[in-house]
Design a protein around this ligand. Structure first.
Ligand SMILES: O=P(O)(O)OC[C@H]1O[C@@H](O)[C@H](O)[C@@H](O)[C@@H]1O
Length: 266
């Protein structure tokens, strides 16, 4: 994936003139929608301005894109993009609340919510992250001991006993007071660390045959499930940091000294 592939649409070209800089380029993406390509030290990420959805993350040395965008997308606003990392606040949609920072081995997503009204308001929110995966080999670790509630027709609740969660059928489950670090083995040979500051809960989703491409992804989401109440002028923020936990050793030494990153606020 290169940051200079397609011919920019007029919108993208204008945006690129205004905001493009080394490591940040605006291009015309699918459906003619502008997307921002971030590059740093051989790592690339793409963010569609529609919904501020991060549709691609390929750290240097990764064999494939680590995010998954569903093939059933038509990239036609106002419909949100299904896949990648869309934020839900309080539903999918654009908003000047997200900063995306690409480091050589990490992808940070920082969400800030400000109450600019004179009354308090409540919200819940999530990063509905779709990871590329081979579902039969996926393992999620870190949720042992958390209280859970499934979203089945007859919901089940309890305390997660498993050290490692695997997916053998439909799975849609909320985890409360989740820890700040989860590990996702994507079943394709890569383990991704999913770290956060400020996200209190997590959601795991594998839709089975509700979605044709279900074998190719898993959703591991940072979320805030119980509504947050923000007083006037109040601010809430949370950060997600994705990184490769088994980063190929040949890349580590050259990047250890790198302090560069590319960032986008949208
Ligand atoms: O909107 P999308 O991308 O199709 O995802 C919907 C799913 O998103 C998951 O986060 C929920 O836990 C599921 O209940 C829901 O069906």
């Amino acid at each position: 994936m290169a940051c200079s592939s397609s011919c920019p649409s007029p919108d993208a070209a204008a945006l690129n003139c205004k905001f493009g800089c080394p490591g940040v380029r605006v291009e015309s993406g699918k459906g003619g929608l502008p997307k921002v390509c971030l590059c740093v030290d051989g790592s690339v990420a793409e963010v569609y301005l529609h919904g501020a959805c991060i549709t691609s993350w390929k750290p240097v040395g990764a064999a494939t894109d680590l995010l998954f965008v569903r093939p059933d997308n038509d990239f036609k606003p106002p419909k949100p993009i299904s896949g990648g990392i869309p934020h839900c606040f309080p539903q999918f949609g654009p908003g000047k609340i997200q900063q995306v920072v690409l480091w050589p081995t990490k992808l940070n997503t920082h969400i800030t919510v400000q109450n600019t009204d004179s009354k308090p308001f409540e919200f819940s929110t999530a990063l509905h992250s779709y990871f590329r995966a081979a579902i039969s080999g996926v393992q999620v670790k870190g949720l042992q001991g958390c209280r859970f509630l499934t979203k089945d027709k007859v919901p089940l609740k309890g305390c997660e006993r498993r050290d490692s969660i695997t997916f053998t059928g439909f799975y849609d489950c909320l985890y409360f007071n989740a820890p700040n670090s989860l590990q996702l083995d994507n079943g394709l040979g890569t383990t991704i660390g999913i770290h956060n500051h400020g996200w209190t809960d997590a959601v795991l989703w594998s839709p089975m045959d509700q979605i044709a491409s279900w074998r190719e992804f898993v959703c591991v989401e940072n979320a805030v499930l119980d509504p947050v109440s923000l007083c006037p002028c109040g601010t809430w923020s949370a950060e997600q940091i994705l990184c490769l936990t088994d980063y190929p050793s040949q890349h580590v030494s050259s990047l250890r000294t790198s302090k560069s990153c590319s960032s986008l606020s949208c």
